[in-house]
Ligand binder design. Structure first.
Ligand code: NAG
Ligand code: NAG
Ligand code: NAG
Ligand code: NAG
Ligand code: NAG
Length: 396
């Protein structure tokens, strides 16, 4: 009697495991994306670090990857929201609930996600910073400016989303239990990300940190690890940063190679849209080049280099809703509801509905045209036009 009920119990448990594994949404080139963000280093210096040179052998080096502006915070916000809304500082900001992020796109398709911030004192913590284990002289280790999720009300106003912002300890637990979500955003603390240490420190830390993630049996699913920097250190240069693509999703023949396609932090968004056939945000996500090995796997055709690339000065923020200069404050631009993104789909329906009131007002135009043109606060400001499709011969 006891044995048979045990068998029933075990049978039930394995059925549940099978059921949860079946919920994984397979992608065209990867089933999981883990992105790890380091701080403030120039491309030219990073590629000289032995730890990075060693990692490069095991993946693809993106040689023309650019951040959007300075300082840190706008770059993080851009990577999940498809714009940085003119932000030019690191202080606390709030973006209203009617602005969507990648979270809305992923949840629409039931692709699981989570964000892990080292030294976050507890799930969903919304404070400005927190002291961890490594801070020097009582200083903080976790900083809100490196956690883009807490600045979007569309994340923080929903308890279940807020609870998905966790610490590195939670990451390690989920990794060991093989329960990591399919999109994972990771911010190391201010020492490990290099902000308060050095180029070498961050490179060595990363090398050590990713070893278990690169091990043969680390994941059952095809996993892409995107090791990137938020911005360059030198503000007089065009914000050229190192990004390495690693993990079991990299085709063996491409290990140790370079990819010279033009990318920005918006490429992470367009790549996920392409990989999982997600709708789009109607912002700068549309038109950003998809990582080549993913585009090749899905048959997607990237844009050429942005025509204004040589004159871009990605060191200064354009005017916008979050700009600290009152003279440079503008309303949040309406998303372009007529764009088709790299997932082959239009804007997420919910976004179209949320902004339908605004589109009726003819004075509102949009800077998002799906062309991949790069904008800065110098010679290449956003250009506002009526919403227009980026696909010839269509009118949605
Ligand atoms: C929040 O922290 C940032 C540094 O990460 C600092 O620049 C800013 O002044 C702080 N804001 C508040 C309100 O404490
Ligand atoms: C997502 O999951 C919910 C609940 O299980 C289901 O009703 C819905 O059809 C799923 N959506 C997609 C796009 O798979
Ligand atoms: C990190 O650097 C900032 C200045 O960039 C400083 O204010 C802060 O105290 C430092 N924190 C640690 C943990 O060293
Ligand atoms: C978006 O939300 C903000 C804050 O609630 C509001 O001021 C704005 O009018 C909304 N925009 C649209 C188009 O509804
Ligand atoms: C970038 O733009 C700023 C602001 O217009 C300007 O001060 C700076 O000199 C420009 N840098 C380059 C390299 O053009």
């Amino acid at each position: 009697m006891r044995w048979s009920s045990l068998i029933v119990f075990l049978g039930c448990a394995s059925w549940e495991v099978a059921a949860s594994a079946a919920k994984l949404v397979p992608g065209k080139a990867f089933d999981r994306l883990i992105t790890i963000w380091l701080e403030n280093q120039d491309y030219a210096n990073v590629i000289l670090e032995p730890s990075i040179t060693d990692l490069k052998r095991r993946g693809i080096l993106a040689t023309r990857f650019y951040a959007h502006t300075h300082p840190s915070q706008p770059n993080y916000l851009a990577a999940i929201g498809g714009d940085y809304f003119g932000l030019d500082h690191d202080d606390m900001v709030h973006i209203p609930e009617n602005v969507s992020t990648v979270v809305d796109l992923l949840e629409h398709k039931n692709v699981s996600w989570g964000a892990y911030m080292e030294d976050l004192p507890g799930p969903g913590y919304m404070g400005n910073y927190s002291e961890g284990q490594e801070g020097i002289g009582g200083n903080w280790d976790y900083v809100r400016k490196h956690n883009p999720f807490v600045s979007y009300d569309s994340v923080t106003m929903k308890g279940d989303r807020l609870l998905k912002l966790e610490s590195f300890n939670d990451f390690q637990r989920a990794f060991k239990a093989k329960t990591l979500p399919q999109f994972v955003f990771m911010t190391p603390n201010m020492m490990n990300d290099g902000h308060n240490s050095s180029n070498k420190f961050a490179a060595d830390w990363s090398h050590k940190f990713v070893q278990p993630l690169l091990a043969e049996n680390a994941f059952d699913e095809k996993t892409l690890i995107l090791l990137t920097y938020d911005e360059s250190e030198d503000y007089s240069q065009p914000n050229h940063i190192v990004t390495l693509l690693l993990g079991s999703a990299i085709p063996p023949a491409l290990k140790g190679t370079e990819d010279s396609t033009f990318y920005t932090h918006y490429s992470m968004l367009s790549t996920m849209e392409n990989n999982w056939e997600l709708p789009n945000l109607g912002r700068y996500d549309v038109g950003a080049n998809v990582f080549k090995f993913v585009a090749d796997a899905s048959g997607y055709k990237n844009n050429q280099d942005p025509e204004n690339a040589p004159t871009v000065n990605n060191s200064v923020s354009y005017p916008g809703f979050l700009n600290g200069d009152p003279k440079k404050k503008l309303p949040i631009p309406i998303p372009n509801t007529k764009l088709i993104g790299a997932g082959g789909l239009p804007i997420l329906d919910k976004i179209k509905v949320a902004w339908s009131g605004a589109t009726r007002d003819k004075s509102w135009q949009t800077p998002y045209d799906g062309s991949g043109r790069v904008c800065d606060g110098d010679r290449n400001p956003p250009i506002y036009n009526p919403s227009k499709s980026n696909v010839k011969g269509t009118s949605i």
